[in-house]
Design a binder for this molecule. Structure first.
Ligand code: ADP
Ligand code: MG
Length: 239
C-alpha cells in the first residue's frame, strides 16, 4: 500500500455557530486519486477549505507529508505544495489568460517555465486564448485555466472542487484526460458529484454525509454497489 500524503484526523469546523464538519477523517495516498463524494451540503467543499486553511479547524489534525498544518495560513499551505481549485474556480475574468497565469505563479524560475510549457500542451485552448480576457472563455476552458493556475506551482497535492459542475459531457472527457495526466506528478483529491467522472479517475472514495465520513474504500467497490450510490449520491446511471 502506498504512502499517505495527506491525512485529516477527526477535524471539526464551524462556520459561525454552525458545526459544519463533525470529525472528518480521510486520507490521500501517493500515486492515487481520492474522491470525496456526497450530497449537496454534506461538507465536501468545507473539507477542502479546511485543509487549505481557509476555514479554521476547531479540533483535529491535518497532516501533510508528516507535518501538522492545521494551524497554518492558506498562503503557507500553498507554499508547502498544495494546490487548490475552488468551486468558483478563482480566476479573474478581467485579466487575460496570461495575466491569470502570472498572478498564480509563486516563483518565476526555470522549473515554472517548464511546467507552463507542459500545461499549455495539455490545455491547448489556453495558448489559443493567451492574450484574451479570461471572462470570454467557455465554462470548460475556464475550468482548465483554473486547474492550470493550480499546477503551475510545484504541487505535491492538488485539491479540486467539482470541476465538472455545469459542463457538457465532451468537456468532462477532456478533464478526465487532464486529471489522468496530472496524476503522474501530483496526488489528487477531487470533490465530485458526477459519478462518471468520479469513477473514471478515482482510485479511492470517501462519502461524506452531514459533516461526517460515512463510507470509504476502493472506487472499484463503489462502482459495484448501486445501493450505496443511490443512497448517498442520488446517481443517475446515464452519463
Ligand atoms: N458561509 C456559510 N455560512 C453558513 N453555512 C454554510 C456556509 N458555507 C457552507 N455552509 C453550510 O455548510 C454545510 C456544508 O457545505 P459545503 O461544505 O459547501 O457542502 P458541499 O460542498 O458538500 O455541498 C451546508 O449545510 C452549508 O449550508
Ligand atoms: Mg461544494
Amino acid at each position: 500500500m502506498s504512502e499517505t500524503i495527506l491525512k485529516t484526523e477527526a477535524i471539526h469546523t464551524f462556520i459561525g455557530q454552525h458545526h459544519i464538519l463533525q470529525g472528518v477523517s480521510f486520507e490521500a495516498r501517493a500515486d492515487a486519486v481520492t474522491v470525496l463524494i456526497g450530497r449537496n451540503g454534506a461538507g465536501k467543499s468545507s473539507t477542502l477549505k479546511t485543509v487549505m486553511g481557509l476555514l479554521p479547524a476547531s479540533e483535529g489534525k491535518i497532516i501533510f507529508k508528516g507535518k501538522e498544518i492545521q494551524s497554518r495560513k492558506p498562503y503557507d499551505i500553498a507554499r508547502l505544495g498544495i494546490g487548490f481549485v475552488p468551486e468558483n474556480m478563482g480566476i479573474f475574468a478581467d485579466l487575460t489568460v496570461e495575466e491569470n497565469m502570472q498572478v498564480a505563479m509563486l516563483r518565476e524560475d526555470a522549473a515554472t517555465a517548464e511546467r507552463l510549457e507542459s500545461v499549455l500542451e495539455m490545455f491547448t485552448a489556453l495558448r489559443d486564448f493567451w492574450r484574451a480576457k479570461a471572462g470570454i472563455l467557455s465554462g470548460g476552458q475556464k475550468q482548465m485555466l483554473a486547474i492550470a493556475r493550480a499546477i503551475i506551482n510545484d504541487t505535491a497535492l492538488l485539491l479540486i472542487d467539482e470541476p465538472t459542475k455545469g459542463l457538457a459531457p465532451i468537456i468532462i472527457n477532456a478533464l478526465i484526460d487532464a486529471i489522468n495526466q496530472i496524476k503522474q506528478h501530483s496526488v489528487v483529491v477531487l470533490v465530485e458529484q458526477n459519478f462518471y467522472m468520479a469513477s473514471s479517475v478515482g482510485d479511492y472514495f470517501f462519502i461524506l454525509d452531514d459533516g461526517k465520513v460515512v463510507h470509504s474504500g476502493a472506487m472499484a467497490e463503489l462502482v459495484q454497489d448501486e445501493e450505496m450510490q443511490s443512497k448517498y449520491l442520488g446517481i443517475s446511471k446515464s452519463v
